[in-house]
Design a protein around this ligand. Structure first.
Ligand code: HEC
Length: 140
């Protein structure tokens, strides 16, 4: 009998603790993380458009890389794949914008400047989240 009471008390304590913990977690939980597609649409595409498209979109495919279509970006450039979804550390594009790639051929991107730390983090987070983007370019 004593054993059963102890067990009951322990169970109650666990349930109560779990509920408390659950409350604490839900009370302090941040908003749900944005999806990879949201990240692309709200943060990454504007960064690419402002800093990369003039050399990597439309008729310009410098380095063999077209960045405004999913097919183009996922195909990569003269050096092969530049975005490995889920793996920013393996993605040439991320290395180049961090200025951690080769000094030339291909050189750091964009060639004459560096993105802000916030923009670099946004691109990295997007690659880590799966690098989703619309199959057809959004008309802006
Ligand atoms: C002023 C033109 C210019 C701009 C702006 C530019 N690039 Fe480039 N990019 C190039 C050229 C030229 C190459 C080829 C360099 C080489 O092969 O040595 C290249 C190559 C690359 C490559 C390597 C492709 C491969 O397979 O070798 C990546 C990735 C890349 N650019 C990403 C970007 C990103 C991301 C941006 C914007 C943040 C950007 N570029 C902005 C001109 C540009």
């Amino acid at each position: 009998m004593r054993l059963r009471i102890t067990t009951l008390a322990a169970t109650l304590a666990i349930v109560a603790g779990g509920t408390l913990l659950g409350k604490t977690i839900s009370a302090t939980a941040p908003q749900a993380a944005p999806s990879s597609m949201d990240l692309y649409n709200t943060r990454v595409q504007p960064i690419f458009q402002a800093n990369c498209y003039r050399c990597h979109a439309g008729l310009n495919h410098r380095g063999g890389l077209q960045m405004d279509t999913q097919a183009g970006l996922m195909k990569g450039g003269h050096d092969g794949v530049v975005v490995v979804p889920g793996h920013p550390e393996q993605s040439l594009l991320v290395k180049l914008i961090r200025h951690e790639g080769p000094p030339d051929d291909p050189m750091p991107m964009p060639p004459k400047s560096k993105l802000s730390d916030a923009d670099i983090s946004a691109v990295e987070a997007w690659v880590r989240s799966g690098a989703a983007m619309p199959a057809t370019p959004v008309d802006r």
